[in-house]
Design a protein around this ligand. Structure first.
Ligand code: SAM
Length: 666
């Protein structure tokens, strides 16, 4: 994939209006973009009338082709604030092939002072966007924006959503014929909910006929300003008859669920899950066996925002990229850069071999925005780091370090979340009021219709998630007292290991990876290997830290267990009854091409969010959004193939297809 030229190529007219040189067309009416949007998209989808009738807890989903400057989105959000009742949720999904740079978005926003209240909130989170999907939570989670960056003919087929209203924008059909295709209309039909409406500024006959062929009832209505006509419509087709894998389908959910959930485990995954649900108006109880949240792998003093990407756009790499961008948004929103909670000080990834240097070059050659990553030479790297580095490397200027317990605490601060410490759930039992979480004596700790198991490898102790191939890996971090000279380190350095700038007078260097030892007693051997990692990262820094004179036996260290899976992707989504699954789809063992239609044996209301390995800081926030989207029947924040790549059922499916002995292999 070549992602060079990722941004919109704009020309700004003397009166400050954006013009696309890629499409040779205007973004909106020169007379009044605002009024045009209100007429074409808002009024002709009857949004005000429909929104006034929403009931508490209801959601509404708009999908748009061509996000552009975000004007349509901002106008819709403004109207939403004016007419939707409290405790309702707007989800706006938009596609964009050439996103505006952050600077151009700022410039466009100046055109509409009356939207400043809304545009400022968006701009506070908007950065230069990379290809892939980007999630934004706005207005305390009352409005969700999912931006699908890339050609919509590639991204819409991977969208899982039920759309209530379409904004069919995009440049004029004559200027952008590649977009106005039957393939687009077919996707719109696939994604339309039962009452879906549609509006578009154009009245071109081929568009009207194409939409009609796809199942929309179309009519010509009065256009905006000097445009005589435009099109409005309603979906009248039926759901697609194409086969869908039942094991990845959406479990049936009540349309207005009782919004109460239990989250088991208060590490990063659990706290992020609780927060995502709480923001959606759910009452969440978090059960934690320790006295405090973040006591295990999420308890290190400094975690690193290490965004490891591959030039080959593997599922893991695409997952990491979307997650990283979302994690940064959450960190900027929730934490203070006060030297304790987190620091966006940048991360330098130094190659560990010539091959790795070539991989970095291949990745950088794809042409990412500089604000995400860029290649720097040794002199630049040393200057950025403030200490001499042995080589150049990849510079991620938005990355940095986080104190994970601070993030967990900040997530749990949401008023809809109740933390029950010293509560260890050891079994789950179905009851007429929902799932009961029971302790070792069978005492009921809490009950809720929805439960998310976020117990890392200990999730294996709960029967519904016991079949997952979760593995614990021990990791140890060593704490090093900062010296005057070591304070010069300004960025995180990563190679085989990592070292962070000082926090509260200590640097942290890590981390070991051990499958053979599952206790959490710090070991001298692992501290010694951490000191070797430090030596590779920067001999100059190791000298500044006087590591030669330190006694590894007396250095403070912290060991904990991370959790991973055979394919190194986390496990996020709804759970099934494993035994029934094996029986029900046993035919796949004989012939993997079979297409069974029987529903998967969902354990209604049970989900899991675990196995974030050593990258939980990056992946937990978006994983919370993904679980919440499954539970709330919202558009998924990730492309379908990625949601399936992290789906809990993937292992049972592989076990059936490949034979039990090789279960879970990628
Ligand atoms: N709705 C926008 C607003 O509120 O500013 C204006 C949209 S502008 C007229 C059309 C947008 O569609 C451009 O930003 C363009 O890059 C995008 N676009 C055109 N073809 C596309 C495609 N095939 N896939 C995704 N986006 C596309």
């Amino acid at each position: 994939m070549n992602i060079s030229k990722p941004f919109a190529d704009l020309v700004w007219s003397d009166d400050g209006q954006p013009y696309s040189s890629q499409f040779d067309d205007v973004y909106f009416s020169r007379e009044s973009g605002l009024e045009e949007t209100r007429h074409v998209f808002l009024a002709n989808n009857q949004l005000a009338e429909r929104w006034e009738k929403l009931r508490a807890g209801e959601r509404f989903c708009i999908a748009e082709t061509g996000f552009g400057t975000g004007l349509n989105f901002l106008c819709a959000w403004q109207l939403w604030d004016q007419c939707a009742p409290p405790d309702t949720h707007l989800h706006f999904v938009s596609t964009e092939k050439y996103p505006l740079s952050a600077a151009d978005m700022q410039r466009a926003a100046v055109l509409w002072p009356e939207l400043a209240l809304w545009s400022e909130q968006l701009l506070a989170q908007y950065s230069d966007l990379t290809p892939g999907w980007h999630q934004f939570q706005l207005d305390q989670g009352r409005v969700t924006l999912t931006l699908l960056i890339g050609d919509l003919l590639d991204s819409l087929p991977l969208l899982d959503a039920s759309v209530d209203a379409w904004f069919l924008d995009g440049f004029a059909p004559a200027k952008n014929p590649d977009m106005w295709q039957p393939a687009l209309y077919a996707q719109m039909a696939r994604l339309s909910g039962p009452e879906a409406t549609l509006a578009t500024f154009t009245s071109v006959g081929a568009v009207r006929r194409g939409l009609q062929d796809a199942g929309f009832v179309m009519r010509k209505v009065k256009g905006y300003g000097r445009k005589r006509e435009m099109l409005a419509g309603k979906f009248a087709g039926s759901a697609s008859a194409a086969w869908q894998a039942p094991w990845y389908a959406r479990p049936a959910a009540p349309s207005l669920p009782q919004r109460q959930a239990l989250v088991i485990g208060a590490g990063l995954a659990g706290c992020a899950t609780a927060f995502a649900l709480a923001r959606r108006g759910w009452q969440v109880t978090v059960l934690e066996r320790h006295a405090e949240p973040a006591q295990e792998a999420s308890g290190n003093p400094q975690g690193i925002l290490y965004c490891k990407l591959s030039a080959h756009q593997t599922p893991l790499s695409r997952f990491v990229l979307s997650s990283y961008a979302y994690a940064l948004r959450v960190l900027h929103e929730l934490l203070e850069q006060d030297g304790r909670q987190w620091q966006s000080c940048g991360v330098l990834q130094l190659p560990t071999s010539d091959k790795e240097a070539q991989r970095q070059q291949a990745l950088a050659d794809l042409g990412w925005p500089d604000t995400l990553l860029r290649l720097v030479d040794q002199a630049q790297a040393s200057q950025l780091a403030g200490v001499a580095t042995p080589s150049g490397g990849l510079w991620f200027e938005g990355g940095g370090w986080v104190n994970p317990p601070s993030l967990c605490q900040a997530l749990l601060q949401h008023p809809n979340i109740q933390l029950l410490a010293h509560h260890q759930a050891l079994s789950l039992a179905a009851s007429e009021h929902g799932w009961q979480a029971l302790d070792h004596e069978g005492k009921i700790l809490a009950i809720a219709p929805q439960v998310v198991i976020c117990g890392a490898a200990d999730s294996l102790r709960l029967a519904p998630s016991a079949h997952l191939p979760l593995k614990a890996i021990r990791g140890q971090v060593t704490h090093l007292p900062a010296t005057t000279a070591s304070q010069a380190l300004r960025t995180v350095l990563c190679a085989e290991g990592y070292v962070s700038p000082a926090r509260l007078g200590e640097h942290h260097v890590g981390a070991s990876f051990r499958f053979d030892r599952l206790d959490t007693e710090p070991s001298q051997e692992e501290t010694e290997s951490n000191l070797e990692l430090l030596q590779q990262l920067s001999p100059a820094l190791a000298t500044s830290l006087q590591t030669e004179q330190l006694d590894p036996a007396s250095l403070p260290a912290r060991a904990a267990l991370r959790c991973t899976t055979p394919d190194y992707l986390p496990v996020i989504g709804p759970l099934v009854d494993a035994e029934v699954f094996r029986e029900r789809y046993a035919e796949l063992a004989k012939d993997a091409s079979r297409q069974p239609t029987t529903d998967a044996p969902w354990l209604a209301g049970l989900h899991v969010n675990a196995a974030h390995g050593s990258r939980g800081l990056i992946s937990a926030p978006l994983s919370g959004e993904l679980v919440a989207a499954w539970i709330c029947d919202e558009p998924l924040p990730l492309p379908r193939d990625l949601a399936e790549a992290v789906h809990p059922s993937r292992f049972l499916l592989r076990e059936l297809i490949r034979g039990r002995g090789r279960a879970g292999q990628a």
